[in-house]
Design a binder for this molecule. Structure first.
Ligand code: MG
Length: 481
């Protein structure tokens, strides 16, 4: 009888868990700017599915990526830690990088997996391509995607699947000997090995969508976490035949409209499976638009600067949260960050995490469910190049932002980094474009923000730099020697 009762209680508990724990989907765009969706003001890029997501959920207007470049931004989202803490702050990973996100970190995937979630990463990873650093080494049950940016090359020593598809006259021998010579020829991975090389980038968005829907269909009965990390609209730009040439904004717009279509397809899959009311969907971007590619880059709207800069255009990104009947719909002008996604997902799933390692993550769920004040009061903008690692370029507290440094493009024009004397001070609620320096009028605010930054800098333990080790000198292209 006792055994029967115990079994019954366990069964009830697991059934209620299955019903209660929400599925979580994070859709992450690459280099999509603050002004690149129609719901964020773009006049010619049409994003009806994201607009619907925003109108049914919450659209955040002061939401920050933790970095203005790719790898650090991803490390922060998955760990809830400023990238300086994990040693992923100062560059991006390349095909010759020997390291990645340190295995010792706890990712959101690991935290959710420990609570019964099925986990998948689909798309761009960019936190290390070698064994030990891939998504399946960081809490994801499965992986399908390009392990870094789509303008990189192949590491000729990568594992190759038995069923690999070689394209463009490529063979295993050619790849091993000279595969790394071709720009934009990137490998497509399934779990830990290449299944296609060079991958057909025109099909990436649609194949990522198919893989995502397949994962959703397969795990509709258990809580799942899907991290769908698009390669687009990072350059080089590719859209499938159905979208190429269709947007008024040119190829850049085509890629975003295809991504929007993908969002619609994923929402339809949730509905078809009857799980749309039990799924939290988050859409955001890893950093601002890349303006070094002119029309092939996006737009930060009314914000100053772009990718590579600690200005608003470099780090403020669109952010949409959707979960029917749970999220109080509205436009939120509170502070939030991709850093907060870690604790927010756990908070929305009502998972207790008393020994959380996500030191820089705030649980935004009270704001999502009740529109109460955001617990985030400050946001720190770190350098990804000179001055030394761990230096805070700028800080935001409430409506105020102080810039201690003005950056050039890291690694390309490091000499353009200048220390601002006097410090630049902006009221971002009144001046989101950072046009009017008010430091003369409010020296006490400048001083307060300086003190805040110095204290935070001093409190941070810098993780060992993950970009120093290279796998081999000969796999590095000439321009990177
Ligand atoms: Mg990026």
């Amino acid at each position: 009888m006792k055994l029967f009762l115990c079994t019954f209680i366990i069964l009830c508990h697991s059934l209620s868990f299955a019903q209660k724990a929400p599925n979580i989907i994070i859709i992450f765009a690459d280099d999509l700017g603050y002004g690149d969706l129609s719901c964020y003001g773009h006049p010619t890029i049409h994003t009806p599915n994201l607009d619907k997501l925003a109108s049914e959920g919450q659209k955040w207007t002061q939401f920050y990526s933790a970095s203005h470049i790719c790898s650090p931004s991803r490390a922060a989202l998955l760990t809830g830690l400023y990238p300086v803490r994990t040693g992923t702050d100062s560059h991006v990973f390349f095909e010759w990088s020997a390291q990645g996100l340190p295995p010792s970190t706890t990712t959101l995937a690991e935290a959710l997996k420990a609570n019964g979630y099925k986990t998948a990463c689909v798309g761009k990873w960019h936190l290390g391509h070698l064994d030990g650093y891939l998504p399946t080494d960081h809490g994801f049950d499965e992986y399908f995607g390009v392990p870094y940016s789509n303008d990189m090359r192949v590491d000729p020593k990568m594992k190759v699947s038995e069923n690999v598809l070689f394209r463009e006259g490529m063979t295993l021998k050619k790849m091993r000997t000279r595969g790394n010579k071709v720009d934009n020829w990137v490998p497509l991975f399934e779990n830990k090995s290449i299944i296609e090389y060079p991958c057909d980038q025109k099909t990436l968005t649609s194949r990522y969508t198919e893989a995502s829907i397949s994962f959703i269909n397969q795990h509709k009965d258990s809580p799942f976490f899907l991290f769908l990390s698009h390669n687009m609209p990072h350059i080089p730009l590719f859209a499938s035949q159905a979208f190429e040439g269709k947007s008024k904004r040119g190829l850049y717009g085509d890629t975003i409209e295809e991504m929007d279509y993908s969002v619609g397809a994923i929402l339809a899959a949730l509905k078809d499976n009857g799980i749309d009311n039990n799924t939290l969907v988050i859409f955001t971007s890893d950093n601002g638009p890349d303006l070094t590619y002119n029309q092939n880059g996006g737009s930060a709207g009314l914000l100053k600067g772009s990718k590579f800069y600690a200005t608003e255009g470099g780090q403020r990104v669109p952010a949409i949260f959707w979960w029917p009947n749970q999220i109080e719909p509205g436009v939120i002008s509170e502070l939030g960050s991709t850093l907060d996604i870690f604790e927010t997902c756990l908070g929305m799933a009502e998972i207790k995490n008393p020994n959380s390692t996500a030191l820089d993550s705030f649980d935004l769920s009270p704001t999502l469910t009740e529109q109460s004040e955001s617990p985030r009061e400050n946001f720190f903008y770190f350098s990804s190049s000179t001055p030394p690692r761990g230096t805070i370029y700028a800080v935001r507290q409430g409506s105020w932002k102080a810039h201690f440094y003005t950056s050039g493009i890291p690694h390309y024009e490091p000499s353009a980094v200048t220390q601002n004397d006097p410090v630049l001070l902006y009221n971002l609620d009144q001046d989101p474009g950072e046009n009017y320096n008010l430091s003369d009028q409010y020296p006490e605010i400048t001083e307060r923000l300086q003190k805040l930054s110095h204290e935070f800098e001093a409190s941070i333990h810098l993780g060992p730099n993950q970009f120093l080790k290279k796998i081999s000198e000969q796999v590095r292209p000439e321009w990177a020697q």
